[in-house]
Design a protein around this ligand. Structure first.
Ligand code: NDP
Length: 331
């Protein structure tokens, strides 16, 4: 049989295990020109929370009682497609199914000998690319500048901060436990870290750790953490709006300090982005990330959960900060 994971309910507020459903299907057989894929590593990502709502966005919502989908590294179990051989590994946006057939459209081969397969979902995949694009194209950090990263011990944040160090910045990270904060400096080479869960006054904590002010803010979380960083922005600073996980489970529109006056007075640029905007730049970015990884200037960090049946819990754990680096499920 073939396990399939569907969206059973649209969550209101925090998602729960009961929003998901497992069903059994018959294992499919590939037709001529197709192949049978077996999921090897499944990516769970915070942006999927938005797709669980019935709301218009840059990607369509997941459909109720249909399989969810996302980035998956799959093994070609059987091939009737001349471009792929049994034993190849492919990466693409695939359904949350143990087995599925594909004609190969939108899939690219990945080399297990060049990097661990899970890396193609993380540091050499969407999250590494997000850190690279956001920082280099919007943040444009200069040597000697101060970079602050929120969600700093996560998949995107840990890479963004490390790229900031490569570019010669002073890097301060914000994360949700003392253990994660310790890792920021010991593992990722950040200059300092702040545990937002034990900090009452984020603006004061940033001022203390960033005596020269903040030139670039890579924002993965938004909310009150961002409010505190905004108060410390330098003139001509850049704010990269990458993610807003602090608001993803909100049931009403979040409110907070108005930022317009600060942006004007300090000539700060604030820009959101979606990594898919920059698909034309993926090949050069992946090459650069792979080079840094090989040179040892980038440290990859992953939390690997075992078992297809644990995909929902792994997804929920993102909102409780139970991951270090990229959260992936090994099927
Ligand atoms: P992470 O690996 O960073 O996992 C999520 C982390 O967010 C958790 O580990 C937790 O860490 C933190 N978190 C959860 N809830 C809150 C909260 N209420 N307040 C503050 N922190 C919280 O995820 P990714 O690296 O994959 O994604 C990071 C952000 O980037 C997300 O917002 C995501 O949506 C966004 N993103 C944007 C893309 C784009 O194209 N713009 C592409 C990919 C991701 P902690 O223990 O520190 O709380």
């Amino acid at each position: 049989m073939n396990k399939v994971l569907t969206l059973a309910k649209r969550p209101v507020g925090k998602p729960a295990l009961s929003d998901f459903n497992f069903i059994d299907e018959t294992k499919p057989s590939p037709a001529e020109g197709e192949m049978l894929l077996e999921a090897a590593y499944v990516s769970v990502d915070p942006y999927m929370r938005g797709r669980m709502n019935d709301a218009k966005s840059y990607v369509p919502p997941f459909e109720l009682n249909k399989p969810m989908e996302g980035a998956i590294v799959a093994k070609v179990a059987e091939s009737k497609n001349p471009d792929f051989a049994a034993g190849d590994y492919v990466l693409g946006s695939l359904k949350w199914k143990q087995f599925q057939v594909s004609d190969g459209a939108g899939l690219r081969k990945v080399d297990a000998a060049l990097a661990p397969l899970s890396a193609y979902l993380g540091i050499l995949g969407m999250t590494g690319l997000t850190a690279y694009m956001g920082l280099s194209l919007i943040g444009k950090p200069q040597a000697g500048e101060t970079l602050v990263v929120s969600g700093a011990a996560g998949a995107v944040g840990s890479v963004a901060g490390q790229i900031g160090k490569i570019k010669g910045c002073r890097v301060v990270g914000i994360a949700g436990s003392d253990e994660k904060v310790a890792q920021l400096t010991s593992k990722f080479g950040f200059d300092a870290g702040i545990n937002y869960k034990t900090t009452d006054d984020m603006a004061a904590a940033i001022a203390e750790k960033c005596p020269e002010g903040v030139d670039v803010y890579f924002d993965n979380v938004a909310g009150e953490i961002a409010d505190g960083v905004h108060q410390n922005m330098n003139r001509f600073g850049r704010i990269i709006n990458c993610g807003a996980i602090a608001n993803y489970n909100d049931t009403s529109a979040p409110t907070g300090p108005r930022v317009e006056s600060m942006l004007i007075k300090k000539s700060v640029r604030m820009q959101g982005f979606i990594v898919f905007n920059y698909e034309d730049k993926y090949p050069e970015a992946i090459q650069q990330l792979a080079r840094w990884l090989k040179q040892g200037s980038l440290e990859s960090s992953e939390t690997v959960v075992a078992g297809f049946e644990n995909i929902p819990q792994a997804f929920l754990d993102l909102f409780a900060g139970r991951n270090n680096g990229k959260m992936v499920v090994k099927v």
